[in-house]
Ligand binder design. Structure first.
Ligand code: HEM
Length: 444
């Protein structure tokens, strides 16, 4: 038998394609437990039909290892292969998430220079000052719809640290309209969300270009991502062109903003639901000194907080990435046909009870030795993805989460407003339906 004959004899994974044309897209978008429900019905690998394409969902450490170690061989490694046309138009061909192969690696190496530990140390003061301003504002407000506020906060930090500007209303509105276009039905008619988003993308890129050009005239280097990317060079001494730089900065804003808003919202929700964990974080802060300035060194010593944040990202992993099978292949006795879309799924992977004891529980201690549950099997804990597309902003995100959590728990307390809907809405990234309503006050 040739390989092709053997492949042909394999079954495709079990599952349903749903309705003609739209397949199971509506349930996929509306039901926060769609992935897990189908997993209960069909197992760790199943087929469905979403966003106009036959799709295989692959869950678990083995599936992740198979997927990430076969990128560029069996699977395309970019959004470009599987994203709908309107997403491609709105992201632009210069965005790192749209690039593949050597070009992707070259751009990744350049961008990574702004996210090394040395670079992160330079971001702490701005992050801490911005965080303190928001905490102070929230204390005065008293009652918050926290998700909305956290979106403003993360956009503010991102604008300051990525492109060195304040997130004023004008920039924020353009950015919001552009982001909404990515989730819209793409009708290229005047007045639709999509056409508005295209216009906003142009205006955003023009604004970012003006910022870059102004920066290039200045003699001093600013401690932010743009400052470092202007100096970044690859082995051949090439840097990013103006076009590349502006598209990549817009992509970084996008990739970092909603993910962090979602994760911080999950942190605030879980600490309200598990006050004993909040108090254990406070005890660690007290022991390290509540007035101690936050340095990279001090943050490293916050081991319990680190575990709590890992646990937040285990339970509420906000991101994943699509792939496309570029060659038919076999996994666990099933055929994954060429041309099909493939999804891996961090949140469902993190519910494996053979790895995580009582996986539904919020239990930061699971990451402490001797349990160290995430270390038992490679690719069983993947909130930041894996392989060639692993999150570039991972350390930036971890730093912002830790710094935010330390300043928050050191000085403030909060409780959930009763009677609100805490069911998760999945778009743009997971958050409670009512936006997490809390009463917020300074610790007595
Ligand atoms: C808690 C926060 C975050 C989470 C959970 C997260 C998660 C992820 C995941 C799962 C991927 C892989 C997508 C794939 O497989 O296709 C990814 C990619 C990426 N992330 Fe993040 N991310 C976070 C924050 C950030 C931040 C703050 C930035 C930048 C400032 C960032 C920039 C990126 C970029 C540029 C990529 C694409 C990398 C590539 O295509 O090579 N992320 N992220």
């Amino acid at each position: 038998m040739t390989i092709t004959d053997k492949m042909r004899s394999l079954p495709v994974p079990p599952g349903n394609f749903g309705l003609p044309v739209i397949g199971e897209t509506l349930s996929f978008l509306r039901d926060p437990n769609f992935i897990q429900r189908r997993q209960q019905q069909h197992g760790n690998i199943y087929k469905t039909h979403v966003f106009g394409r036959p799709t295989v969902v692959m869950i678990g450490a083995e599936a992740n290892r198979f997927l990430f170690s076969n990128e560029n061989r069996y699977f395309s490694d970019g959004v470009s292969a599987s994203a709908p046309r309107h997403v491609k138009l709105l992201m632009g061909t210069g965005a790192i998430v749209m690039q593949t192969g050597d070009k992707h690696l070259q751009q990744r190496k350049l961008l990574a220079q702004a996210f090394q530990p040395r670079s992160l140390a330079g971001y702490i003061n701005t992050m801490a000052a911005t965080t303190c301003n928001y905490l102070d504002k929230w204390e005065h407000t008293g009652n918050l719809n926290w998700y909305d506020e956290l979106r403003k906060y993360t956009l503010d930090v991102a604008c300051k640290l990525l492109i060195g500007i304040e997130a004023n209303n004008d920039f924020g509105k353009l950015y919001e309209n552009w982001g909404q276009g990515l989730l819209s039905i793409p009708l290229p008619l005047p007045g639709t969300k999509f056409s508005k988003a295209l216009r906003c993308r142009k205006l955003l890129l023009a604004k970012i270009e003006a910022i870059i050009l102004e920066r290039q005239q200045q003699s001093t280097t600013k401690q932010d991502v743009l400052g470092l990317l202007l100096q970044a060079r690859d082995e051949e001494g090439h840097g990013l062109s103006l076009q590349e730089l502006k598209e990549q900065l817009l992509t970084l804003l996008f990739a970092g903003h909603d993910t962090l808003s979602s994760s911080l919202t999950a942190l605030c929700l879980l600490l309200a639901q598990y006050p004993q964990v909040k108090e254990a974080i406070f005890a660690e802060q007290k022991q390290l000194g509540l007035e101690q300035p936050l340095t990279l060194d001090l943050l490293k010593q916050m081991t319990y907080l680190e575990q709590a944040l890992k646990e937040v990202l285990r339970l509420y992993s906000p991101a994943s990435g699509p792939r496309k099978a570029i060659e038919s292949c076999e996994f666990n006795g099933y055929l994954i046909p060429e041309g099909w879309q493939v999804f891996y799924h961090p949140a469902a992977t993190h519910q494996d009870s053979s790895i995580f004891t009582q996986p539904e529980r919020f239990d930061p201690e699971r990451f402490a030795p001797p349990r160290a549950e995430d270390k038992q099997k490679s690719m069983s804990y993947i909130p930041f993805g894996g392989g060639v597309r692993e999150c570039i902003g991972r350390e930036f995100a971890k730093l912002e989460m830790k710094l935010f959590a330390a300043l928050l728990v050191r000085n403030y307390n909060w409780e959930l407003v009763p009677g609100q809907n805490l069911n998760m809405v999945m778009l743009p990234t997971p958050h409670p339906r009512d936006g997490l309503k809390v009463k917020f006050w300074r610790r007595g």
